[in-house]
Design a protein around this ligand. Structure first.
Ligand SMILES: Cc1cc2nc3c(=O)[nH]c(=O)nc-3n(C[C@H](O)[C@H](O)[C@H](O)COP(=O)(O)OP(=O)(O)OC[C@H]3O[C@@H](n4cnc5c(N)ncnc54)[C@H](O)[C@@H]3O)c2cc1C
Length: 393
């Protein structure tokens, strides 16, 4: 997404841009839900992608208890969208011939006034700049700043997106239309409605985004990363290969822990999958003529659901500085000066919200935040805010 945003914004200021994607096949979002923060909507409009049929509007965020009773709520009108919808809107901003599937970045060399970029298969491109929008495990960053590594947060999520049509009437009536939190000790369950297959927004055809945060130390995560046929994976197991015993244990816990509507939603997920949570910041996001954007530049834990907004606003800032400076190197320096601290703030904010889960509490401030967030109302005060970067400076 940060690559697509960068292409859209750079094109607007008259640059020729090509996007190189490692995957050989079109990417799909597995139903991943995305929160429509005001910054994301603004950047979608500014990029030319627009916000047509973006998603489903919810009026508020609520917290519920084990019996499903509402314990607290905060009004917050927000559109919930999906990865697939955003990808479709952004792809429409670029000429298809400038989007290249199956190009795997291998290395970049700084040459006079530009870069020489090598891809697998011996393919080489020359350009004025390289924008590294290749995600949390960025190969571009691995070359430019090999010491910067994502850090495991000590927790992971079970995820899935069941069909609205499969949910029980009580689930549909109570939690489906809202952004819902259930916050038992050392866990968080979060749900909200999202579009159905092929961005279907019609009632009955939509889906339901389900996320369940759970704690696991590094050793347990390593065990969970052994797949159904005994292969050890480094970061996560592809959904179809997740071990059946892990899924069975998860269902067993769910029956003991979850309120009925959340249990219903979980049981309707066809293929639950696991995402371990990592984050990192980097001391610099520009290296000569290489500029990092989005998750490759800094990656926050997903509590605020701000990654897409950050991808868009990084790209927008990069283009703004390139437009406003005659000198490319000065523009990239200005981009670094503006966006590196913002990336840092977003990551620190994610860590604050993550203290709720009670792992790796290192400082007095961590423990204070952890204690505060044990109250549903306090959590909503922190998490149900638009423009949180301004609200919590
Ligand atoms: C559980 C979870 C929930 C989230 N919820 C939200 C949310 O509600 N709202 C939100 O805004 N964000 C959310 N995010 C974050 C969001 O998904 C990312 O921030 C967003 O996708 C932007 O990332 P990106 O484009 O920078 O990187 P990515 O999405 O990781 O894209 C990087 C791209 O680079 C490609 N690539 C990688 N290596 C190479 C290479 N060597 N050569 C060529 N191409 C390569 C990859 O194939 C990929 O297509 C969530 C993330 C997680 C994990």
């Amino acid at each position: 997404m940060s690559g697509l945003f960068s292409a859209a914004f750079l094109r607007q200021i008259g640059w020729d841009v090509d996007v190189y994607e490692r995957s050989n096949v079109e990417l799909v979002g597995r139903g991943a839900g995305i929160t429509g923060h005001p910054e994301l909507l603004e950047t979608l409009e500014a990029s030319g992608a627009g916000t047509l049929d973006l998603g489903i509007e919810v009026p508020k965020r609520i917290a519920i208890d084990r019996e499903g009773r509402v314990t607290d709520e905060r009004p917050l009108r927000q559109i919930l969208t999906s990865w697939d919808r955003l990808q479709r809107l952004l792809r429409a901003t670029i000429d298809e011939s400038r989007y290249h599937l199956g190009w795997n970045f291998e290395r970049v060399d700084q040459v006079e006034h530009g870069v020489r970029v090598q891809f697998s298969g011996g393919r080489v491109e020359q350009a004025d700049i390289l924008v590294g929008g290749d995600g949390i495990r960025s190969s571009v960053r691995a070359q430019m700043a090999p010491d910067v590594q994502p850090v495991y947060a000590g927790y992971y999520i079970w995820r899935g997106a069941p069909n609205e049509a499969d949910l029980a009437p009580e689930t549909l009536r109570t939690i489906y239309p809202l952004f819902t939190f259930y916050l038992p000790k050392q866990q968080q369950v979060i749900t909200y409605p999202i579009a159905g297959f092929d961005n279907d927004l019609r009632p009955g055809k939509r889906r339901f985004n389900f996320i369940w945060y759970r704690v696991a130390n590094a050793a347990k995560l390593r065990d969970m990363n052994v797949d159904e046929v005994g292969v050890q994976h480094e970061y996560s197991v592809p959904p179809p290969l997740i071990r059946k015993d892990l899924i069975a244990d998860m269902y067993k816990d769910a029956r003991e822990i979850l309120p009925p509507a959340l249990l219903d939603a979980l049981m309707k997920i066809k293929q639950p999958f696991i995402t371990p949570i990592y984050d990192f910041t980097a001391p610099a996001i520009v290296f000569g003529r290489v500029a990092m954007v989005g998750d490759a530049a800094a990656n926050a834990r997903p509590h605020m659901g701000f990654g897409m907004a950050k991808a868009g606003t990084d790209a927008q800032a990069l283009a703004k500085h390139l437009r406003d400076h005659d000198d490319v190197d000065a523009a990239l320096k200005a981009y670094n000066a503006e966006r590196q601290p913002i990336g840092n703030n977003i990551v620190l904010h994610g860590r604050k919200l993550g203290t709720h889960l009670g792992v790796n509490l290192k400082t007095e401030e961590d423990r204070r935040m952890h204690d505060l967030l044990q109250s549903d109302g306090a959590m909503l005060d922190w998490i149900a805010v638009p423009n949180f970067l301004d609200a919590y400076k």
